[in-house]
Design a protein around this ligand. Sequence first.
Ligand code: NDP
Length: 256
Amino acid sequence: NSRWSLKGMTALVTGGTRGIGYAVVEELAGFGAAVHTCSRNEAELHKCLKEWEAKGFLVTGSVCDASSKTEREKLVQQVASSFNGKLNILVNNVGTNIRKPTTEYTSEEYSILMATNLESTYHLSQLAHPLLRASGAGSIVFISSVAGLVGIGSGTIYAASKAAINQLTKNLACEWAKDNIRSNSVCPWYTRTSLVEHLLGNKEFLEEITSRTPIDRVAEPEEVSSLVAFLCLPAASYITGQIISVDGGMTVNSFN
Ligand code: NDP
């Protein structure tokens, strides 16, 4: 059934070598898409590409620091030439965090977080726009965070960058619907990845997190990537501009 398939479609997933991005690459490739991904570490990227090849997935990759303007331009040029100027799916997954009290941030830290989380996703969407439009059916998914919706004490700059991504999602949905491009945002709560494993390894911290979560545990990356894939399927063709949490019920729970 073609409504539940990505066969013949192309995708760019940023930051696909670990965590949520890795799971998204596998999920989209599993539905039949040809996927291009990137990360900053060449050795790790090649290790992943080999794993995917062994699984029979169509995945290519290039080294790219998504926080660099010139590297983003190179990345999208590469994608344009390998996918014949057409792209169905852009998953803006790259993001990072620096956790500290607001009064302690330096201006360099502000710049790093905004360049990596917000400017990269905005600019990659802008660069990919002609390719997404040319595909005839484009879908952008932003990996945002519940930190962009509610205060979770994970750092103010990160939270502001994710909230901005949520509004970017809504604006692009309205502006680019005429080009048959949909735009949605997925907001995870704590998910077992390299970004947060040091935090989740702390028993007290983990207990505090799960005590706020009706589904009494953190998420696995595959529980986030499944929603990302759904939003890219033809089956989701009327869904755009939405901000959807994958949070085990955390944001609707005010009991703790
Ligand atoms: P990880 O740090 O585990 O993985 C990040 C991936 O992106 C790696 O492949 C990394 O490779 C790559 N990456 C990081 N920075 C860059 C960069 N500047 N340029 C290119 N590639 C980069 O992160 P997660 O999977 O946990 O997070 C993915 C997204 O999900 C982020 O946007 C994060 O904010 C969001 N999120 C995560 C949550 C969680 O609990 N894990 C909760 C809510 C949101 P390399 O370092 O080699 O470049």
